[in-house]
Design a protein around this ligand. Structure first.
Ligand code: ZN
Length: 273
């Protein structure tokens, strides 16, 4: 049987048969992989505790006809502070759900592995710090949304009007879900009926500015890692109203749901429902 080794973060975990698990893992080398872990729920199973959600783990897998099998798993990073913080855990579950629903098996992109890992590390780092915790973690989630959109080919257009191509100016602008970006105030005024049919809503100048901060315009893994570091510095220092960030998170969530044609359930936890 041929085996392969890789590192990955567990993004989905379902019970299977009596004592086994089916897992989706975002791996560094192969993108999203679905695999079975036999007997992983047995009390003395050697995989027990090494296959929890959002663990970063080093894996050995055996190739199978229908599905690969995990034969070994060694935890690289458990993000324990993040795991012990209930509110932050909801944020982590939300970003796992985004990765799960916005990507398909066979989609390989090392940058997504680093995005996921670095955001989890960032949340883990600040999970025990009291000050500005909510604002910083919500901003990290917004950053994650915009970057996953960028890396999966759904980048929203934020600089030019999606109808006429003219640069977006401050004013009464709209965000169109179906056109994938901002409709400028001039087009919005003329085309009020069109605006209604474009599935859009008004977008504030501050939201546009905030979303533009994190946009990744493309580049290799090295360029992406420096973009990640730059964005984390911005997130830590950002002085904005938390409501603005939350509104932006909900707007991007709606845009994601529109693109993947699925509901993202984890957003309800961010709303505090
Ligand atoms: Zn226009």
């Amino acid at each position: 049987m041929s085996t392969y080794k890789t590192q990955g973060i567990i993004i989905k975990r379902n019970n299977f048969l009596e004592a086994s698990l089916i897992l989706d893992i975002w791996t560094k080398d192969y993108g999203k992989v679905e695999a079975v872990a036999r007997s992983a729920r047995k009390v003395k199973g050697k995989l027990k505790g090494h296959l929890e959600l959002f663990l970063d783990t080093e894996l050995i897998l055996a190739r199978g006809k229908n599905i690969d099998t995990i034969t070994s798993s060694l935890t690289v990073e458990s993000f324990s502070d993040l795991r012990n913080n209930l509110e932050f855990s909801f944020g982590a579950y939300y970003i796992l759900e985004l990765v799960d629903k916005m990507t398909i098996e066979g989609h390989q992109d090392e940058r997504i592995f680093y995005l996921l890992k670095e955001v989890l590390l960032f949340l883990d780092d600040i999970a025990m710090v009291e000050t500005r915790q909510c604002l910083v973690s919500t901003t990290a989630i917004l950053f994650f949304q915009t970057n996953l959109l960028n890396l999966t080919g759904f980048s929203p257009e934020l600089s030019k009007c999606v109808l006429c191509g003219k640069p977006i100016k401050a004013g009464k602008n709209y965000f169109s879900f179906s056109m994938g970006g901002v409709v400028g105030s001039e087009c919005g005024l003329v085309e009020t009926r069109l605006i209604a049919s474009l599935q859009s809503q008004q977008i504030s100048d501050n939201t546009i500015k905030l979303l533009r901060l994190f946009q990744f315009k493309g580049g290799n893994i090295k360029e992406y890692n420096s973009h990640l570091n730059k964005c984390f510095e911005i997130i830590k220092k950002l002085k904005v109203d938390e409501k603005l960030v939350l509104d932006s998170v909900f707007l991007m969530n709606k845009f994601i749901e529109f693109n993947v044609e699925r509901k993202i359930r984890g957003v309800d936890f961010l709303r505090g429902v």
